[in-house]
Design a protein. Sequence first.
Length: 217
Amino acid sequence: MSKRSVFSVLVAVAISIAASSLVQASTIYVQTTPLGATMIPGLVGSTVIDFESPAAGTYSTLTLSGVTFTPDSGNLMWVDGTYVGDYNTFGRQSLHNNYDPQSFNTLTFNFNGTTSGFGFFWGASDDQWTLTAYDSSHNPIESFLLPITHGSNAGDFVGLLDPGIASATLSGTGGDYIFIDNFEFNPTSSTPEPGSLLLLGSGIVGIAGVFRRKLGL
């Protein structure tokens, strides 16, 4: 391979890496079934948390399959069979808040590592809730104003896709009784975050520049 060809390959690799860092986050909102949700592009092969295993009751924190669900300070979440089969819930149990002073206003999802996408069935909302994803430095990546579903049982599934999601929040009001079920997420990703990719790409460009000078190109 000629000197010029080697330099061209280095530049191409740097451009490719830098371009990959500019991939934009995207939202998911479809009406589907539990089986259909696992086939959504970006979530194929995902892990599904159906909330069937925990004992019915209230929780101040709950970790299932590498995801920790935590309501805002001093508040609670419920996992049980209330209204099961309605409001886009399936199986025997789902996660929800309640008409209770201690119902959560914000629910945080912390992933064990990073994930490239997550989603869940969303039901019974009468007010506006916001879903926000963050990277490992807690910088916001993307926010999504979730649909107001009211009494829909059509399979409303929502979520966010991005290669560097470390956590997310679901924010609204504890006075709005809402349901979450069949929470799914991609296995822990080793994909570097966008900032790391951009830094790596810049480094390769710098190395290519030095290499070019040494080659006299």
